[in-house]
Design a protein around this ligand. Sequence first.
Ligand code: GLP
Length: 241
Amino acid sequence: MNIIQVNDTEEMSSIAAEKMIDCLKEKPHAVFGLATGSTPEGTYRTFIEQVHERKLDITKLTTINLDEYVGLAPSHPMSYHAYMKQHFFTPLGLEPSQTNLPRGDAPDPEEEAQRYEALIQQVGGIDFQLLGIGENGHIAFNEPGTPFQSRTQVVRLTANTREVNSRFFDKKEDVPTHALTMGLATIMEARSIVLLANGERKREAITRCIEGEINEEAPASILRNHAHVTVIADKEALRDI
Ligand code: GLP
């Protein structure tokens, strides 16, 4: 595990965006696995600026997102579809056919999970996976206790995750109870992974990820079993390392 300590969010974002650009330049038909949340927003902004400035070709790029809330249609403002459209797809200028997220409004979420898992294989696997980390150590929506061999599935969100994510919703009760998420084994098949973390509120999760015991109570600790993982984190998040 390669750990890069940065001074601030701006530096974290520019290093991560540069890694995405390196991947794109090396492989114009790359598959990017993408994350939502407040952490990657700066990375997306910087990547888009750089793509436009350097006139890089994004017409062969495919994106595949980690997760989506069950019950939210793509048009719902708090859906991860809406987030991706706002922060990445529209400003970058991707065609809808280049982008993929699980459908939160699928009539049969279990079937949707299977479709999505198969889709990842169909696109040839993920070249570059960007990850954030939850305060409780989750990656995507793989909560503590999720089996390391899990594939894309429907999961129940913990009370803590619903509480933390309620800041994006009008009322706490509006936060969906379930999500569709890539599994831990699915994520581990990505050819390279970059995990971003900033701020004190991620300190415990990042400490357990980097130097705690590798076990299912700390989902992000699985990343230490991967050969090409870079953690880009600020001093606040890394203070206990
Ligand atoms: C959500 C997402 C995760 C994300 C996490 C952290 O629960 N499912 O993929 O990493 O939140 O979010 P933030 O970056 O806003 O702290």
